[in-house]
Design a protein around this ligand. Sequence first.
Ligand code: HEC
Length: 106
Amino acid sequence: MVFAAHCQRCHGENVDGRGPDVSPEAPCHDFHAFDKRFAVTLHRGAPKAWFAKIRDGHGPTIEYPSGPSSAMPPFGQTLSNEQIWLVITYLQSLDMYVPEPTPAGA
Ligand code: HEC
């Protein structure tokens, strides 16, 4: 699975942005957060923006255990376009597993 092999060390086993390699200088997003949910991200054109960030990298240069790279390292050399789209589809699918917020007073 692309996510487990390449993304989990930073974005975390639960995709909450708490993997072991995360630098405090460059926190990752929690992909379960409301503003990352499918309808919202689709509305803002996020899938295309995510594709560019995954392929080309994003953010300031950080010193990682594996050496310096942009905070979100580029994967254009490692993954095919199809694999990048697959992992985006996976991230979007998480939306289905986000529990409904508990109503106030419940
Ligand atoms: C070395 C740590 C690291 C690895 C490995 C990594 N990321 Fe990231 N990622 C980050 C950080 C840090 C950010 C936030 C950077 C920024 O935008 O300033 C980020 C940002 C992102 C974003 C943009 C989120 C948004 O809302 O703008 C996406 C999408 C993403 N990563 C997907 C992936 C995928 C898919 C993989 C695996 C192929 C992966 N990342 C691997 C550290 C990592």
